[in-house]
Design a protein around this ligand. Structure first.
Ligand SMILES: [Zn+2]
Ligand SMILES: [Zn+2]
Length: 349
């Protein structure tokens, strides 16, 4: 057993020269030929950058640029980061051969990574369990979950931190029904200020995931973020960021504002919102470029392609699976039946 800490641009076994791959179950690199284990650095002094300040001109960054290239998939549009040691590669999303795009600059270097927590074998088990729990999944998939192939892809995200100061005002309505069955509405005017602190607001910047699908496999446990090291990518794929930092920042700001609105409103009791105005100012804004693990399963159902994503850290299965129209219809009918029953009981009084 070799215990040397490996250099991030080395993918050959020091014992036999075989090919090293990241093995999440060992939390280390494993040789495909002799099963030797080589440790990976799990340091956690991950950088957070001040938003709006140009950075990353260090020696470390220059090394990253030298060692990695961006490959473009011309059939599905995704950009893949490839260590220059890896010679041939196919697109992790559509399996087409990737072509180097010399115009595509590698841009910023990832600050941190959440390494895959489990290997493909366990991923298959967790996926089957997770998909069976989905309410509207067609019955044939409950018996035999669709799992043609399972791919492990690290997805690019920007993580944002900020302090927020909010001024708000609004009017909330409450409705009461008296014994004669008359509904009376009363209003309450609210206003105030609200201070809050937000950290690790994750925004995806992948070509294949949208924020809603990404949210469906959230949360990630951010305590597991370690310094980026290419060793974690060996045997997996890494997608390059697709959207610019500035674009992701506006999405994060909206997510935070939405969260603040919910926090403020949770202090009041009301039946409906008449209006709500909010003015939020951010300060101490920071960002990091993080890479997070996802497993994905591609399959066809009734001539349509589906990709179901799974969190590669927690095993949570997200959206993106076929839904049975019959099950949804029955569910809607069931809800309607309940409402009808309540209405009948109410008018019978
Ligand atoms: Zn070996
Ligand atoms: Zn592709």
């Amino acid at each position: 057993m070799n215990k040397t800490k490996i250099d991030s641009n080395q993918d050959k076994c020091q014992t036999c020269g075989g090919i090293l791959r990241f093995s999440p179950d060992d939390g280390a690199l494993k040789c495909g030929s002799c099963s030797s284990i080589e440790k990976i650095d799990y340091s956690k002094n991950v950088k957070k950058h001040d938003y709006g300040v140009q950075e990353q001109t260090t020696k470390e960054y220059n090394e990253f640029v030298k060692q990695n290239k961006v490959f473009k998939c011309y059939s599905c549009g995704s950009n893949i980061v490839l260590n220059t040691l890896e010679v041939s590669k196919v697109c992790p999303y559509c399996s087409s051969p990737c072509v180097i795009d010399e115009n595509e600059k590698i841009g910023i270097k990832p600050d941190g990574i959440i390494p895959f927590k489990f290997g493909r074998e366990k991923a298959r088990d967790l996926y089957k369990k997770g998909i069976r729990k989905k309410w509207f999944i067609p019955n044939i998939f409950k018996k035999k979950p669709p799992i043609d192939e399972m791919k492990g892809v690290y997805v690019p995200t920007f993580s944002f931190d900020a302090k927020a100061f909010t001024k708000y005002s609004g009017r909330l309505g409450t409705q009461r029904t008296n014994s004669q069955g008359e509904t009376h509405t009363s209003y309450k005017t609210i206003s105030g200020t609200y201070n809050s602190q937000h950290s690790n607001v994750l925004v995806e910047t992948s070509t294949k995931l949208d924020q809603a699908t990404f949210n469906s496999i959230n949360p990630f446990n951010m305590a597991d973020v370690v310094n980026f090291n290419s060793a974690f990518i060996l045997g997996y794929s890494l997608e390059h960021y697709n959207q610019k930092l500035e674009h992701c920042k506006t999405i994060a700001d909206d997510m935070i504002k939405d969260r603040i609105k919910k926090l403020i409103l949770s202090k009041y009791s009301y039946d409906f919102i008449d209006y709500f105005n909010q003015d939020t100012v951010f300060s101490q804004e920071k960002y990091s470029y993080y890479i997070v693990p996802t497993y994905q399963v591609n399959y066809k159902y009734k001539n349509k392609n589906y990709t179901t994503f799974m969190n590669g850290q927690t095993g949570k299965v997200g959206s993106g699976y076929p839904k049975s129209a019959i099950k949804i219809t029955f569910f809607v009918l069931f809800i309607l039946a309940i409402f009808t029953a309540i209405a009948i009981a109410f008018f019978a009084l």
